[in-house]
Design a protein around this ligand. Structure first.
Ligand code: GDP
Ligand code: K
Ligand code: MG
Length: 303
């Protein structure tokens, strides 16, 4: 790790917001690589995941948090607790909202949490690419978010996490809030998570995208083995589910679902490691894994 110059700035930035506002998409775009999985399903993100962006003048460590929502079971409670902790432990909070939708109770709930900390906040209005129906409607939506920002003295930044167009300006605003500090990570590192963890996540992402309803929330992925050879990387992974019926859905007719999940996930993992992959998937029933803290810890969640 290089020695930082006295002017070099660094710090931790928590990305918080309601489920599905685009927090993980934004983090991937900011660091220029897909390390966080994204989907239209709420609670896609389970772990606190760090994404590292190093520029010539600063190093920002983004903490992608699970969306803040009302917990229903133990995994939910742990997710919310982690998000709350992240707010206090960082140097800046990037509060992301979906400005194609009206400001709602969920956003206000988070705003209240943020108002209780001394951590500087930037309000990020995401999904700017989505056309609002009329100019009047757009104006009304913006006014509500801007009023919220004014009430709390938060600077505002507008962008679409699908493109890099406005992200340089967001970067500048974030760096402004940081103070001089060291390199926390080597400049070329993009995440603190081991490659194995991201491989598991890329498998879970395909389950989120390809199956419906309760199945995605009942799975946990364990990468059992990774054998690298010069030509191909062989990966063996187990998908844990809670019920036999979920196993059936995941396997599908004559194995068709598991095959589809495997094919898509393999392509994503190939991009991640920039090499050929052979992926073997197994499904295992493990009743009530969500309720058990010990099993959660074993499966790699921060409990
Ligand atoms: P998170 O739950 O806040 O982490 O949200 P995700 O990053 O998983 O994104 C939720 C959904 O919104 C995904 O389908 C994304 O592709 C989509 N999304 C995220 N950012 C944007 C954006 O700027 N514009 C549009 N149109 N869609 C977005
Ligand atoms: K999501
Ligand atoms: Mg997410």
């Amino acid at each position: 790790i290089p020695q930082a110059s006295p002017e070099f700035k660094s710090g931790f930035v928590a990305i918080v917001g309601r489920p599905n506002v685009g927090k993980s998409t934004l983090m991937n775009q900011l660091i220029g690589q897909k390390i966080a999985i994204t989907s239209p399903v709420a609670q896609t993100t389970r772990n606190r995941l760090r994404g590292i962006l190093t520029t010539p003048t600063a190093q920002m460590i983004f903490v992608d948090t699970p969306g803040i929502h009302k917990p229903h079971h133990q995994l939910g409670e742990i997710l919310v607790k982690n998000a709350r902790m992240a707010i206090h432990a960082v140097d800046v909070v990037l509060f992301v909202v979906d400005c194609s939708e009206p400001l709602g109770g969920g956003d206000r709930f988070i705003a209240q949490l943020l108002a209780q900390t001394n951590t500087p906040v930037i309000l990020g209005l995401n999904k700017l690419d989505i056309q609002r129906k009329t100019a009047q409607q757009a104006l009304t939506l913006d006014q509500a978010y801007k009023a919220l920002a004014k009430e709390h003295h938060w600077p505002v930044c507008k962008f679409s996490a699908l493109t890099t167009a406005k992200l340089k300006s967001l970067q500048r605003q974030l760096i402004e809030k940081l103070v001089p500090g060291p390199y926390y990570y080597p400049p070329d590192l993009v995440t603190d998570q081991p490659e194995r963890f991201i491989m598991g996540e890329l498998i879970r992402e395909q389950i989120l995208l390809l199956t419906r309803q309760e199945v995605p929330h009942s799975v946990a992925i364990v990468i059992e083995r990774v054998d690298e050879s010069p030509k191909i990387t062989r990966i063996l992974a187990t998908i844990h589910v809670e019920r036999p019926s979920q196993k059936q859905i995941l396997i599908g007719k004559k194995g068709s679902m598991l095959k589809a999940i495997g094919t898509e996930a393999r392509q994503q993992i190939q991009k991640l490691i920039a090499g050929k992959v052979y992926l073997e998937l197994f499904v295992k029933v493990q009743p009530k894994w969500r309720q058990s803290r010990m099993q959660l810890a074993e499966l790699g969640y921060q409990v």
